[in-house]
Design a binder for this molecule. Structure first.
Ligand SMILES: [Zn+2]
Length: 512
């Protein structure tokens, strides 16, 4: 199948042209419209009508099934307060009689005028007898109903349990493990398919699944791969379990990385801080791994040619990770560590010394610009939890400037997988010192993602490269480099078509 696209702006690896031809899964020709008129033998000719053709996005950190669940599930992200949340639960349950477990996500009490959370008793009133699991926007704490708690009576003796029905840490993990039995493979596959369709519709051609024992069962990885293959998206999968080297082959993952948690998250006050949280006396969060455990894991992965990595957010967690990597390099050599291309998820509060170590050892920073977009700034949640420390968070430009490879992701369902929104957030970082140029930000969300997966030379449009691109209607025009102008508050470019290795994955096409 040969396709010719003309009459638009094609963002190539060196400048822009107005036409592009693909042959099967490969870019066959690049040029201008007058020469495109003479291009012979195309099976399909597309008049771009001024649209932009750019490399498809890579989302370097997401959770497919959980993303899909939100697309049909109980989205609590817009809740304005406790009563609004309870009202949404009541409406959702009323529309779905029966006894299926209800999973909701996305509430963020830091955005409510009063930060009071609903209790299990209040949930009982609006959804009597129903099993409910309502996870906070960062996924590190949840509110659950009495009916669900009754399935896991042991939690009341566990760390992180509160009588109100709010759970974190061990107690939260126990209940989310239980959900695996209650929410079966069929429901999960449906959710994964919905999420793939939604990603394709956002111009995403590849994604990294950050699976982990505390997020979903092992079999979920097969469902994720199946949904991705059906929908034509490229997937790189990670498993976040410390030292689980014997599982890698069976699970078919690229590494033991992703959400292998070195700490929690700022919103839940579980991210590990050197100094106490500004809004909770004497509380420094929770570090889950020490430098020795981290070093052992990195060495084990390096020796097996696997990517290793950690979820690390707070400065104390990042200090442990820094020390762990430095120790690993002493044991197996910096070259070997670099060759394995390890990666860190979030990497929100790295010290200058940590950045130096990560740059030297070729560790990729897989970051989420919407974290700053939603929670940065002097009035934001980070400032509320940490005071002036918010200013040093998510130092994208500093990481890149120091030579750390940066890849962008959404951590969906934590933030919405809207790639231009992430590029815009990085360009308009709330701390001007950390802003990236539109070109660098776009590269971090395309080529940077392929690099983070260990796949070099992808994420660009050039003759001989993969025909993996998206077509956009740029609502506010293009800048001098051919990238869409991304103004805060303005509409983001609209995706018209997404193609992966020559296959159109959006809009969805029926196979004949
Ligand atoms: Zn995650």
């Amino acid at each position: 199948m040969k396709v010719l696209l003309h009459g638009g702006t094609v963002l190539t690896s060196d400048g822009t042209v107005s036409a592009l031809a693909t042959d099967g899964g490969t870019v066959a020709w690049l040029g201008d419209d007058d020469r495109a008129a003479a291009y012979d033998g195309a099976d399909e000719v597309v008049d771009l009508q001024g649209a932009l053709v750019a490399p498809a996005f890579v989302d370097s950190h997401l959770h497919l099934v959980q993303t899909g669940r939100l697309l049909d599930g109980l989205d609590l992200s817009g809740c304005s307060d406790k009563d609004d949340l309870l009202g949404r639960v009541a409406a959702h349950v009323a529309a779905r009689p029966g006894d299926a477990v209800v999973i909701g996500a996305g509430w963020d009490e830091t955005r409510w005028p009063e930060r009071t959370l609903p209790t299990a008793d209040e949930l009982e009133r609006v959804a009597p007898g129903r099993r409910l699991y309502l996870s906070r926007v960062d996924g590190h704490s949840a509110i659950v109903s009495h009916a669900l708690l009754a399935e896991t009576p042991q939690v009341i003796t566990q760390e992180g349990w509160a009588a109100t029905g709010r759970l974190e840490r061990r107690a939260k993990h126990t209940v989310s493990d239980k959900l695996a039995d209650l929410d079966g493979p069929e429901q999960r596959l449906d959710a994964a398919r919905r999420a793939v369709a939604s990603l394709a519709a956002h111009g995403v051609g590849a994604f990294h699944e950050n699976a982990a024992p505390h997020i979903g069962p092992e079999y979920e990885l097969d469902l994720v791969r199946r949904a991705a293959a059906e929908g034509g998206l490229h997937v790189t999968a990670y498993w976040g379990e410390l030292g689980a080297f014997d599982k890698v082959e069976r699970l078919g993952v690229s590494g033991l990385a992703g959400d292998l948690v070195a700490d929690g998250a700022v919103g839940s006050r579980t991210a590990a801080m050197t100094d106490a949280y500004a809004d909770l006396d004497g509380h420094c969060g929770h570090g889950y791994l020490d430098a020795i455990q981290i070093a052992d894991h990195v060495v084990g992965c390096t020796e097996r040619g696997l990517q290793g990595g950690f979820h690390c957010i707070g400065d104390a967690a990042l200090a442990a990770v820094e020390e762990g990597f430095a120790r690993a390099a002493e044991r197996v050599g910096a070259d070997a560590v670099r060759a394995a291309r390890h990666r860190l998820e979030h990497c929100e509060m790295p010290s200058p010394e940590a950045i130096e170590v990560f740059a030297r050892l070729g560790v990729v920073a897989s970051v989420q610009p919407m974290f700053d977009g939603l929670w940065g700034g002097p009035e934001g949640m980070y400032a509320e939890r940490l005071g002036h420390r918010w200013e040093a968070m998510n130092p994208f430009a500093t990481l890149a400037g120091a030579g750390v490879a940066v890849a962008f992701g959404s951590d969906s369902p934590v933030t919405s997988p809207e790639p231009w929104g992430a590029v815009r957030a990085a360009v308009h970082h709330q701390n001007p010192a950390f802003r990236m140029s539109p070109r660098d930000a776009f590269a971090a969300h395309t080529a940077g993602g392929w690099h983070a997966a260990g796949l070099d030379g992808r994420g660009r449009i050039a003759v001989g490269a993969a025909a993996t691109y998206a077509v956009w209607s740029p609502t506010a025009g293009l800048d001098a480099h051919g990238l869409p102008v991304l103004e805060p508050g303005a509409d983001l470019p609209l995706c018209l078509r997404t193609v992966v290795d020559g296959r159109t994955v959006f809009p969805h096409q029926e196979h004949t």
